[in-house]
Design a protein. Structure first.
Lengths: 505, 432
């Protein structure tokens, strides 16, 4: 086969040729299913731009994006931080931004990684299927941007900023964790109009203040019944604080609810990404590794390019150990890639240990089908629990470090040996448990007939406490959305004892 | 597959976000600029060198947990660990383990970013304004701007007023009974029907009508030249406001280098502000010892001189320049003076007379900045010892014209910006 490129230079024909070559391999041998690809070549400034808005190509205006841009630009210009080779968006067509500075080899790496690896994962993983709507996201972003701009024109930038600030603060608590039905972003724009019309023609039962009702003259029984009924409508406890405010806040105008909804839906859009870092990067890294190897084997890239690739690849999957000063937790690329490589090996050349661990697929000689199944049906937590095998645990020399408040030292409780494998895999999986991504705060109760104070509840597990300073500031934002006082009780999860109470001023 | 080249897309997509962000950290930015101005050498105040802003007070709160409590970490080890090994916890609460823990805490949002020179100047100088600026006369070389001035029947095609044209056309078509297209269609249909029915007279009648209608259609155009209207623009002369700023600086021996530096910084900023905000402000630089001289910008800011002090000489020079070049009925007159406050006491009466009799009645604003020593309070704060010139000016206070006179102390490079902003605050109100 002819070389796709020679040297570092590339042009659009080169990109096209690389893409074609990759598509042949991905669709044939690898059996990947992808959205159509759209590659966009951008400059470093545009890459910084994309950083500041979570990689989304359009975003409404908010100062926090400006802040992120200013910070990233500062870090980049002083050389403290490099830029990513690419950013890929979960949309259909799947948009990949690639930097103009990349060499031809890097472009090939990036195309294999993003346009085929991530793309396949986005399209097939159950979480993305459940929570994101790749066809509609670009349209929804355009709608959100236009809507925010319109609100700024009508209501003033300060009023919009007030709501957005508050909603941003509660973003991690603005997610539905348990799906009720397949989520359709495409219907959003239509529903937004419907909601507005509906809100204009109906009135809020919940917070009505019709005289006679609250005079205290009605029989206590009837009143109690009323209260029970109203409370049941709130469906408490509710862990999605943004959703709760959007639906039930007595003081918000329609446009304010819609702004909350926009922030909430975008947070929801990113929710699968946070849960699948290891699986997603593992998939993409494995795909690019195999793809580049195959391109080299078939003579489509030369030795020099392959060495350059190996150099980049090995820095991407570098995992410093805990004694290393570069250590800052797990590198999802390294962990994911190691697991995928291990699974491939188990399928092709299993030993007795593998057969014992993975009786279902050891030696099935079909690594791609096995991996495709893993990519489609697992998030990080499940992937690690099920597929972190002894070889990978040994390769990383994983240890279990126990941190107990009563102990002045960390203790090594488990190491990478026969006794430890299961526990280590299970504990590492716990580390990726989505519940640990953000503190879980629930709406516990509302004082319906009195001060309308909103009562939130946080269960403290194993002594993990909320940062009080941040909690107070966040409650202040919550009060903006709720309209009345908001208080937060922190409880010990086991004993139910109240540890702290915070309240908005 | 699609490959798109986005590199030529308009830059600065995040500009709106950046402006919102800058607005948000206004306080920090102000401080950074004040520091920068204080730190830079005079010659560099207005250079391209970037201004770095350190931002502390801008956080995005959210519920978060502290590192307290029980935790289990699975980490990549070194291979040298055994069950039961102990690792000392680092003091200060940070975990050896989870990277999440590092970087938490109060300082988490502190970072540095750079302002462009353009932002620096725009952002700060736009808040200043010359007080009491009045339109006194039209400048010699006038500016003008196009303004809409009704409609016209002549004009360039690009100025065509389509709505009005079509409205005229519609009115004319109604008035002249221009047949509609549907009438033609109806007649043609009638002819067909008559032909089919074999009703010869009806067909002939309809055909005659059709000829009539067609003729009307051809005679009465859809859009006639008489309908056409154009938007008319006239160039409106813009009355330019003429103003002159006299910059008076004491460079006598009693002024230490530090004081001169402060004074120069003050004028440098003032000059920057005037140059950017007012294209048509003349600036006259006068420096004095016991004698005064009008100098150019370069000499004013860069060169050195020493000698005694006679403030009246500068005031006289200023009046002289004003009388020869800037009649008060045509110019808004402003004076900014910087001095350490030393003056020959014999000069006091002369200064008072000049100020009351000649200067204050004609100027719109007289800003006096007294530069103090390197450290410590001002002499007059400690022990009520005021300077000669401060006393002189303060004594003018009872006079009616003295409300045009504003006085400020300046003893620290970092305060230069504040004093300038204070003196030229954009509020319409003159700080007294």
């Amino acid at each position: 086969m002819t070389l796709l490129f020679d040297g570092a230079e590339w042009d659009f024909q080169t990109l096209d040729a690389i893409n074609r070559a990759c598509a042949d391999i991905a669709g044939g041998e690898f059996g990947l299913q992808t959205y159509p690809n759209q590659i966009e070549v951008i400059t470093s400034e545009q890459m910084l731009d994309a950083y500041s808005s979570n990689g989304l190509p359009l975003m409404y205006s908010h100062w926090s994006f400006g802040k992120r841009f200013a910070r990233d630009e500062g870090l980049y210009r002083r050389g403290h931080q490099g830029l990513a080779y690419e950013i890929v968006i979960n949309s259909s067509p799947c948009i990949s931004y690639i930097m103009e500075e990349n060499t031809a080899t890097l472009q090939a790496l990036v195309i294999a990684h993003a346009c085929f690896g991530h793309n396949h994962f986005f399209r097939n993983n159950y979480l993305f299927k459940q929570w994101t709507d790749a066809e509609a996201i670009l349209g929804y972003l355009a709608y959100a941007k236009a809507y925010v701009t319109e609100c700024e024109e009508r209501q003033g930038a300060a009023a919009v900023e007030r709501i957005l600030d508050a909603a941003h603060a509660l973003r991690p608590q603005g997610i539905h964790r348990y799906p009720k039905r397949r989520w359709r972003l495409a219907e959003e724009t239509e529903r937004a109009r419907f909601r507005r019309e509906d809100a204009e023609t109906s009135y809020d039962q919940l917070m009505r203040t019709v005289p006679g009702f609250r005079t205290g003259q009605e029989p206590a029984e009837a009143r109690e019944k009323m209260e029970t009924e109203l409370r049941s409508r709130l469906r408490l406890p509710e862990e999605n604080l943004l959703y709760f405010c959007e639906k039930n806040s007595p003081r918000l105008a329609g446009w304010e609810r819609e702004l909350i909804r926009i922030v909430r839906l975008l947070a929801q859009y990113f929710y699968p990404q946070a849960q699948t870092k290891v699986a997603n990067e593992g998939c993409a890294t494995f795909v690019h590794y195999r793809m580049m190897t195959r391109l080299h084997e078939t003579g489509q890239i030369n030795n020099g390019a392959f060495l350059e690739f190996l150099h980049s690849h090995s820095s991407v999957i570098l995992q410093p150990d805990l004694s290393d000063e570069r250590f800052s937790g797990w590198n999802p690329y390294a962990l994911g890639f190691a697991i995928m490589r291990d699974l491939e090996r188990v399928c092709l050349e299993p030993d007795d240990e593998d057969r014992a661990w993975y009786p279902a697929f050891a030696g099935n000689n079909d690594p791609w089908a096995t991996l495709r199944d893993v990519w489609a049906n697992y998030r990080d937590e499940g992937l690690i629990r099920q597929f972190l095998g002894p070889k990978v645990i040994r390769a990383f020399r994983m240890v279990h470090l126990a941190d107990r408040p009563t102990d002045p030292d960390y203790r090594i409780n488990d190491i990478h040996d026969e006794d430890g494998y299961r526990r280590i895999a299970s504990l590492l999986a716990d580390q990726y448990e989505p519940a640990n991504l953000a503190p879980l705060i629930e709406v516990a109760d509302v004082d319906l007939f009195g001060s309308r104070t909103l009562k939130l509840m946080h269960d403290s597990h194993r002594g993990a406490r909320l940062d009080g300073d941040m909690a107070k500031k966040t409650l202040q934002h919550m009060q903006v959305l709720w309209g009345y006082r908001v208080c937060l009780q922190e409880r010990d999860a086991e004993s139910g004892r109240v540890l702290t109470e915070y309240a908005s001023a | 597959m699609v490959i798109v080249d986005r590199r030529s897309n308009p830059q600065g997509k995040s500009l709106a976000n950046r402006q919102r962000f800058l607005e948000r950290v206004r306080g920090d930015v102000r401080k950074a600029v004040a520091d920068t101005i204080a730190r830079r050498r005079i010659a560099d105040v207005d250079t391209d060198e970037e201004v770095r802003v350190r931002v502390d007070g801008i956080e995005e709160p959210g519920f978060a947990t502290t590192p307290e409590g029980e935790h289990d970490y699975v980490l990549p080890g070194t291979g040298g660990f055994n069950r039961g090994d102990r690792i000392r916890k680092p003091s200060g609460g940070g975990g050896a383990g989870n990277g999440r823990k590092a970087g938490r805490g109060s300082g988490q949002d502190a970072f540095e970013f750079s302002l462009t020179r353009e932002e620096f100047l725009n952002y700060f100088l736009d808040e200043l304004e010359l007080p009491r600026l009045a339109r006194t006369s039209l400048a010699q070389d006038r500016m003008s701007k196009p303004q809409r001035a009704g409609i016209s029947i002549y004009g360039q095609p690009s100025a065509l007023d389509v709505r009005r044209t079509m409205r005229n056309s519609y009115a004319r078509r109604i008035a002249l009974h221009r047949p509609a297209k549907s009438e033609v269609a109806t007649l043609e249909e009638r002819i067909e029907l008559a032909r089919a029915a074999g009703d010869e007279p009806a067909r002939l009648q309809a055909e005659a009508d059709l000829v009539q209608v067609r003729r009307r259609l051809a005679r009465i155009p859809y859009v006639d030249p008489v309908d056409v209207r154009y938007a008319r623009h006239v160039r409106l002369p813009l009355p330019a406001t003429e103003a002159v700023m006299f910059c008076l600086m004491d460079v006598s021996g009693s002024m230490t280098e530090h004081m001169k530096d402060l004074a120069k910084r003050f004028f440098m900023l003032l000059h920057l502000f005037l140059g950017r905000r007012y294209g048509r402000v003349h600036v006259v630089f006068i420096r004095h010892t016991e004698r005064a001289a009008e100098v150019d910008e370069e000499t004013f800011f860069r060169s050195r001189e020493t000698g005694g002090t006679m403030v009246s000489s500068a005031l006289e020079m200023m009046l002289q320049v004003q009388a020869s070049r800037f009649p008060p009925d045509r110019y808004n007159l402003y004076v900014a003076q910087a001095s350490d406050g030393d003056n020959d006491s014999a000069d006091r009466a002369r200064v008072s007379t000049l100020m009351l009799g000649h200067i204050l009645p004609i100027v719109r604003y007289f800003a006096y900045v007294e530069t103090g020593g390197e450290r410590g309070a001002f002499p007059h704060h400690a022990g009520r010892r005021t300077t000669e010139l401060w006393d002189t000016y303060e004594a003018l206070g009872a006079n009616a014209d003295a409300e045009h006179l504003a006085m400020r102390h300046l003893n620290d490079g970092a305060a230069v910006w504040g004093v300038l902003a204070d003196l030229f605050a954009k509020s319409g109100r003159v700080p007294a």
